[in-house]
Design a protein around this ligand. Structure first.
Ligand code: CAA
Length: 384
């Protein structure tokens, strides 16, 4: 495999690195503490083209490949993971899903608003009783002739309070089980859409995670994405793309914590020399660097597989499960290297450690990623 980055890739990497340091770093601690949605920062991300990176320029997008997207996600995630999850959901779960599977009319109507950040999108699959078991949708979308009537509750919705568009997964015909599920584009200004409670979270605290209620929402027939009954497959395919974004987020968290730990270890002296010169610390840095590079290779492999038009389900799951576990372990190490300073907010690593945890949970837990990988192994060996 050739993972050589092009000049364009390097340009994306440098531009997002500079942007994250100049525009996202100031105030990141306060936004996290106060759970303050980063409205100004998201606006700037839209202006820089970070919210619709892979969308065709004919809809106003950046027309970039998935490698560019993961490079940008890594850089943003080193600094601000509330911003990077907003970016990931808008790019992967919303824009990519609409561009790949929706009708031309829906693409023309919605993508130009989403790529600029004029509208932010949310992906509404999870329910109080349908998390990992996503086929158990209780939200219903009943066919009423010229529209569907949508009723139900979704939870853990990233961008829940800030979004103007929801991609909603709902059951239209329970007798068909997952083959009765549909996906729809719903505007949050429509009658019957209620934004519920905002979650007070361990990490990514500045992103707005809400419960959403739909009560007799009339969804025009033409707002269904794909054919009747395609909704569950749509959700699975879109989530595979999303998992590449979250894997890149986890990679950025690990790499950000590593950069901070390396700098600190070179500055901080103990027993007459920088702690980086003590073998016990330098070996920690060596292990961290190796694990992070392994995670990066898996993330780039998943992105490349998607760019080649191949089935990237297993590559995305492998990248996410590995990178998120690296993020969790390496942020704990980074806090340890910082000693007491790692335990206070000013040094950033405690926030990265809190942010790391969700990458093992959202868009499919580590257990679900292992299930996806195992099923693929057994299916290919004709054992499943
Ligand atoms: N691509 C296309 N089709 C797929 C697919 C894929 N990757 N995975 C499954 N399917 C299809 C299957 O082929 C099957 O269809 P047919 O019967 O017609 O062939 C159908 O979907 C059902 O599949 P399974 O029998 O495998 O279903 P299951 O219930 O046993 O398991 C699962 C499916 C993999 C566990 C799935 O439910 C899953 O991924 N769960 C996790 C859900 C998840 O990731 N939630 C995250 C919420 S979103 C979020 O976090 C957003 C946010 O705001 C950040």
């Amino acid at each position: 495999m050739n993972f050589t980055l092009t000049e364009e890739h390097h340009a994306v990497q440098e531009a997002t690195r500079d942007f994250a340091r100049q525009e996202l770093l100031p105030g990141v601690i306060d936004r996290d503490r106060e759970m303050k949605y980063p409205a100004e920062q998201v606006k700037l991300m839209g202006e820089l083209g970070l919210l619709g990176m892979m969308v065709d320029p004919k809809y106003g997008g950046g027309g970039m490949d998935t490698i560019s997207y993961v490079l940008a996600m890594e850089e943003i995630s080193k600094i601000d993971n509330s911003c990077s999850v907003i970016m990931s959901v808008n790019n992967s779960l919303v824009c990519w899903g609409i561009e790949t599977f929706a009708s031309e009319e829906l693409k023309q109507e919605y993508l130009p608003k989403l790529v600029t950040g004029e509208w932010i999108g949310a992906f509404c699959l999870s329910e109080p009783e349908a998390g990992s078991d996503a086929t158990s949708q209780r939200t219903t979308a009943i066919d009423m002739g010229d529209h569907y009537l949508l009723n139900g509750t979704k939870n853990w919705i990233t961008n829940g309070g800030s979004s103007k568009l929801h991609v909603v997964i709902a059951q239209s015909d329970p007798s068909k089980k997952h083959r009765g599920i549909n996906a729809f584009i719903v505007e949050t200004s429509w009658d019957g859409v209620t934004i519920g409670a905002k979650e007070d979270k361990l990490g990514i605290r500045a992103s707005d995670t809400h419960t959403i209620m739909y009560s007799d929402v009339k969804v025009p027939k033409e707002n269904r994405i794909g054919d009747e009954g395609f909704g569950f497959k749509f959700a699975m395919k879109v989530l595979s793309g999303g998992r590449i974004g979250i894997a890149a987020q986890a990679l950025g968290i690990a790499a950000g914590a590593f950069e901070l730990a390396t700098a600190y270890a070179q500055e901080r002296e103990a027993f007459g020399k920088p702690i980086a010169k003590h073998q016990i610390i330098s070996f920690k840095l060596a292990d961290m660097a190796t694990q992070i590079q392994a995670a990066r290779l898996l993330v780039h492999k998943a992105a490349q597989t998607k760019d080649l038009g191949l089935d990237f389900t297993r590559a995305a799951a492998a990248a996410k499960v590995f990178a998120s576990e690296v993020a969790m372990r390496q942020t704990v190490e980074a806090v340890q290297i910082h000693g007491g300073y790692g335990f206070v907010k000013e040094y950033h690593v405690e926030r990265l450690m809190r942010d790391a945890k969700i990458t093992q949970i959202y868009e499919g837990t580590s257990e679900i990623q292992r299930l996806v990988i195992a099923r693929d192994i057994l299916r290919k060996a004709n054992l499943y």
